[in-house]
Design a protein around this ligand. Structure first.
Ligand code: ARG
Length: 477
């Protein structure tokens, strides 16, 4: 028996360095369960087709059960000499059950085997991610509901733009992550196709039945070209792209949490357990979790580029380059899963035992949000719209309000602080503006009036925010 499964045609062993360089067992052993599932489905098909005997199948099933057990108990010895997860398991199987173990690889190659394992593994990861996105969204919905009426300055260019509600702002992230979930679900459809049966690249001469293997393993269909099936990793790239977008959304939210928590802004506080202190500055409470989410987004983006680059120069069919797909893929799934777990928790709440009240981990400082709103002429657009509704062309209204803002700036006050006469005087230069302003203008200059007026699907009016929350909640089930 040669030392390695493939070393029969070699006249010298590989050096230790080459052995270590070419091995993947230390990172692909986490696909052991998928490898065993795939092997069992393959063996059962071989037996059904009369390619191996029923006793062989029974031996393989017994051996695999023991191997599963050994792995679960941490007693399985992974060996560098056996290169990867596939050969390690096959070698142990043969040690346990003899010839039946040697028959398992009939009509199969590690090339279709590994492609199958990755897809099984990734399918599980996607299912976990979909559940976690739902957890995140449910918690964000609850926070948004608590703040459906809470005014916040909406920004463009980080300058105060128009009033929005904090609930509306949070719901933007529910929409983003809903698209993320759609992308993962869509990617899953293409992940869920079976490469097994493609063998090394050209298919196999045995009378195999690929559809039955696909059914047993829960694949929607088989891959229809053997060369493509063993060599493309586009499904992994898609997964990384969906992950990069999800992380980008969470990174934007993180950036906002960090900004809002800065004492210079002071819109929120974050529960202590998501922050850490400084070893030198005793007063510090730093938003480490959001900062790390922002940082880890770079790493996920890097993995996407790594996989795209890995793929772009490969001629058909399988090349060993593809062994390099696993670490970026695993790292991406691990990062996304951990990030979603921690984020769902961070956006969550608990009931305070003493007061019986719900306490959110994101503590909103509504007074500071409202205070910021009165410093940026946030209702200037409302004033322009008011003039338009009274018959002034929009461009003239825009100019009249700009003059009023300049006057307010000179007096260091906000628009609603003017008396009616002062407001009229400020706009006097624009024909037809001053006489159109009446006492009723003060209703639109208030934040509450501005919010309530944006009352259409997708608008920030509290009524619409509540409708958006209800819609999202029912789609989450
Ligand atoms: N460890 C390999 C991988 O991850 C398995 C397939 C190797 N096939 C081969 N002929 N070298 O891609």
């Amino acid at each position: 028996q040669p030392a390695k499964a493939w070393s029969g045609r070699f006249s010298e062993p590989v050096s230790d360095l080459v052995k270590r360089y070419t091995a993947s067992v230390f990172f692909d052993q986490r696909m052991a369960e998928q490898d065993i599932r795939g092997s069992l489905a393959h063996a059962r098909m071989l037996a059904r087709q009369g390619i191996i005997g029923t006793q062989d199948l029974a031996d393989i099933e017994r051996g695999m059960a023991q191997i599963r057990d050994e792995i679960a108990r941490g007693e399985f010895t992974w060996s560098l000499d056996d290169e990867d997860v596939h050969l390690n398991i096959e070698k142990r199987l043969t040690a346990l059950v003899g010839d039946a173990g040697k028959r398992l690889h009939t009509g199969r190659s590690r090339n279709d085997q590994v492609a199958t394992d990755i897809r099984l593994w990734l399918r599980d990861a996607i299912d976990q991610i979909l559940v976690l996105i739902g957890d995140f969204q449910r918690n964000v919905l609850e926070l948004a509901e608590a703040h459906a009426d809470t005014p916040l300055p909406g920004f463009t260019h980080l300058q105060v733009a128009q009033p929005v509600t904090f609930g509306h702002h949070l719901m933007a992230y529910c929409e983003m992550t809903r698209r993320d979930a759609e992308r993962f679900a869509d990617c899953r459809r293409r992940v869920n196709r079976l490469p097994l049966g493609s063998a090394a690249l050209a298919g196999t001469s045995y009378p195999i039945d690929r559809e039955s293997v696909a059914r047993e393993l829960g694949f929607d269909e088989v891959c229809y070209n053997s060369l493509d099936a063993v060599s493309d990793r586009d499904f992994a790239i898609e997964f990384c792209a969906a992950s990069a977008l999800l992380m980008t959304h969470l990174s934007r939210l993180s950036e906002e949490l960090i900004l809002w928590m800065s004492p210079r802004v002071g819109f929120i506080d974050l529960a202590d357990r998501f922050c850490t202190g400084s070893s030198i500055m005793p007063q510090k409470k730093n938003p480490d979790v959001p900062e790390l989410v922002r940082g880890k987004t770079g790493r996920v983006n890097g993995s996407l580029i790594a996989l795209l680059t890995l793929m772009k120069g490969q001629p058909l069919a399988y090349n060993k380059d593809n062994q390099e797909d696993k670490e970026p893929l695993f790292d991406t799934a691990d990062t996304v899963i951990d990030t979603l777990r921690i984020y769902a928790d961070m956006m969550g709440s608990r009931i305070d035992e003493k007061t019986g009240e719900r306490v959110f981990n994101v503590r909103v400082k509504a007074a500071a949000m409202l205070g910021a709103l009165s410093q940026g002429y946030a209702t200037a657009t409302d004033l322009a719209d008011y003039l338009v509704k009274k018959g002034l062309p929009f461009r003239d209204a825009h100019e009249a309000v700009a003059l009023a803002v300049r006057a307010a700036e000179a007096r260091a006050c906000d628009l609603p602080d003017f008396t009616l006469d002062e407001l009229r005087a400020a706009m006097a230069e624009v024909n037809g503006a001053a006489e159109r302003v009446g006492e009723d203008v003060f209703a639109v200059l208030t934040v509450a009036g501005s919010l309530a007026s944006r009352n259409h699907v997708g608008g920030t009016a509290p009524q619409q925010v509540r409708a958006a929350i209800a819609r999202m909640r029912s789609s989450l089930g």
